[in-house]
Design a protein around this ligand. Structure first.
Ligand code: SDX
Length: 423
C-alpha cells in the first residue's frame, strides 16, 4: 500500500494527498491547501527541520549511529579525530586521509597571542569557563579574513580544521585563566586527547599522561561528537542559514549547549548529587522531584524513550577511570538514584532513563576537572558535529534562511494613547 497522507480542509472541502517518505511528509501539502495556514508546533516536537545523513537515532530502541556506524563500535575501535572525519566526510578515512587530517588538525592548534594575552584578560577573575568559551568562538572568527567566505569550499575546510583544532586550546585556556595558572602551548607530537589533557594540567614541563585517562577522554569525545538535531545543532543550522560565518554559528550553538536542560546538565547532575549528599537522602530527593520541586538532572530525553546508549558506555568508562583515579564517592548516590528511579512509576511511565549527562560528570570530576568545565568538555567534540551539520546545510539546495511563522495571540489594532489619558 502506498505510504501517503491525505489532508482535507473542511472549510473548503479541498483535499491533498502527499507521500510519506522516511517518516515525514512535506509541509508544502498545507501550503497547497491554504498558504496562510501554518502548523503550530512549539519546540518543534513534531517537526523535521532538514534532511540529514549524519546521525541516526532510534529513541524507542536506544540506537545511535554516526554515518551508519553504531556508537558502541566507534567508542571501542575508533578515535575522536577519525570520528570527526567520518561525521564531516561521510566515510571512514583511509590511511593517507587520516594522516593528512591528523597533520592538518595538529598544526592548527595554536591560537593568536592576542586571544591568550589580551582577549582573555578582559574577563572577570571568576568568569564561568563556558561563558568564556562561547565568547572565544565568536572572537576567533575575527582573526581570519576567510571566515566569511562560506561559498568557497577550500575556505570552509580551513575554518573547519581551525575550529576543531583550536577548541581544545581555547578550552584549556579558559580553565587555566579561571585557575590563575600560566597557559600551556599545544604540543605537536601527542594525540588529540593527550594534547588537551597536557594543556589542561601541565605545570612547567611536568605532566605524566596516563593512557587510561587519554583513552577515556577520547571515548567521551566520540560519544559527545554529534546527536542529530539537538538544541545546539539546531542553533548552528538556524544561524548558519543566514550565511553567518562558522565561528559565529558555533558560538550560537555553544550558547544553546550552555543551558542546564541541554549540555549544562552534566554540571547540574554533580551539583544535584552533592546536594543530595548521601544514599540515605535519595528517597526524599526522588519524592521532591515527583512533587514537582525540581528535575532529576541527567535523566530524560526528547528522543530516547529507552536507555541512552551513550550512558551505558560512559558508565563502563567510569569504572575504567576510577581504577586510576579512585572511585568518585558520588557514584554510589548516582547508582542508587538510577536504581530507585528505574523502579518508580513516575519515571517509568514518563520513559525517563539516564542520558549522556548522568554519569559523564562523575568521570570528569574524578579526572580533576572542576564542574564549571564540564559543559566545555561537551562543546569541544560537539564542534565537529556542529560543523558537519553546517556543511550539510550549505550543500542542501532545499534549505534557505530559517524563518518560521507564529500563531499571533496579541491585541487587535488599536490607537495610540497619549500619556495624559493613561491610567
Ligand atoms: C542533552 O537533544 C539531544 O540530543 C540532547 C543531547 C545531545 O547529545 O545533544 O542528548 C544532550 O541535552 C541530554 C539531556 C540533558 N538534560 C537533562 O538531563 C536535564 C533533565 N532532563 C530534562 O529536563 C528533560 O528530560 C529534557 C529536557 C532532556 C527533555 O525534555 P522534554 O522532551 O521536553 O520532556 P518534557 O520536559 O516535556 O517532560 C515530559 C514529562 C514532564 O512531566 P509531565 O508534565 O508530563 O508530568 O517528563 C517530566 C516532565 O516534568 N520530566 C522529568 C524529567 N525530564 C522530564 N521529571 C523529572 N526529572 C526529569 N529529568
Amino acid at each position: 500500500m502506498a505510504e501517503t497522507i491525505t489532508i482535507t480542509d473542511d472549510r473548503t472541502g479541498q483535499t491533498v494527498t502527499v507521500p510519506i517518505e522516511g517518516g515525514v511528509f512535506p509541509a508544502s501539502a498545507i501550503r497547497s491547501l491554504d498558504p496562510s495556514l501554518f502548523v503550530y508546533d512549539p519546540a518543534y516536537m513534531q517537526t523535521a527541520s532538514c534532511k540529514s545523513a549524519i546521525t541516526y537515532l532510534d529513541g524507542e530502541n536506544g540506537i545511535l549511529r554516526y554515518r551508519g556506524y553504531p556508537i558502541e563500535q566507534l567508542a571501542e575501535k575508533s578515535t575522536f579525530l577519525e570520528v570527526a572525519y567520518l561525521l564531516l566526510e561521510g566515510e571512514l578515512p583511509n590511511p593517507d586521509q587520516l594522516a593528512t587530517w591528523t597533520h592538518d588538525i595538529t598544526h592548527h592548534t595554536f591560537i593568536h597571542e592576542n586571544m591568550r594575552k589580551r582577549f582573555v584578560d578582559g574577563f572577570h577573575y571568576d568568569a564561568h569557563p563556558m561563558g568564556m568559551f562561547v565568547s572565544a568562538l565568536a572572537a576567533l572568527g575575527t582573526f581570519y579574513d576567510g571566515a566569511k567566505d562560506i561559498d568557497d569550499e577550500e575556505s570552509r575546510q580551513r575554518q573547519v580544521v581551525r575550529l576543531i583544532a583550536k577548541t581544545p586550546t581555547i578550552a584549556a585556556m579558559c580553565y587555566r585563566f579561571s585557575a590563575g595558572l600560566p597557559f600551556n602551548y599545544p604540543s605537536n607530537d601527542i594525540s588529540f586527547p593527550a594534547n588537551f589533557l597536557s594543556m589542561m594540567w601541565k605545570i612547567g614541563d611536568e605532566y605524566e599522561l596516563n593512557p587510561v585517562l587519554e583513552k577515556a577522554m577520547d571515548v567521551l569525545f566520540i560519544l559527545h561528537a554529534d546527536h542529530e538535531q539537538n538544541c545546539g545543532t539546531t542553533a548552528m543550522r538556524v544561524v548558519g542559514s543566514s550565511n553567518a560565518d562558522p565561528y559565529s554559528s558555533a558560538a550560537a550553538a555553544a550558547s544553546a549547549l550552555y543551558g542546564p536542560l541541554h549540555g549544562g546538565a552534566n554540571e547540574a547532575v554533580v551539583r544535584m548529587l552533592n546536594d543530595i549528599g548521601s544514599i540515605e537522602n535519595v528517597p526524599a530527593f526522588i519524592q521532591s522531584v515527583k512533587d514537582g520541586e525540581g528535575r532529576l538532572m541527567g535523566f530524560g530525553h526528547r528522543v530516547y524513550k529507552n536507555y541512552d546508549p551513550r550512558a551505558k558506555i560512559i558508565k563502563q568508562t567510569a569504572y575504567d577511570v576510577f581504577e586510576v583515579t579512585g572511585k568518585n564517592p558520588l557514584l554510589d548516590i548516582a547508582l542508587k538514584l538510577e536504581e530507585v528511579a528505574l523502579q518508580d512509576p513516575y519515571f517509568v511511565d514518563r520513559k525517563l532513563y539516564p542520558n549522556v549527562d548522568f554519569y559523564s560528570g562523575l568521570i570528569y570530576q574524578a579526572m580533576g576537572f572542576p564542574v564549571e568545565m564540564f559543559t566545555v568538555l561537551f562543546a569541544i567534540p560537539r564542534t565537529a558535529g556542529w560543523l558537519a551539520h553546517w556543511q550539510e546545510l550549505l550543500a542542501d539546495k532545499e534549505q534557505k534562511i530559517s524563518r518560521p511563522r507564529q500563531w499571533y495571540v496579541g491585541p487587535e489594532t488599536r490607537d495610540y494613547v497619549p500619556m495624559s489619558s493613561r491610567s
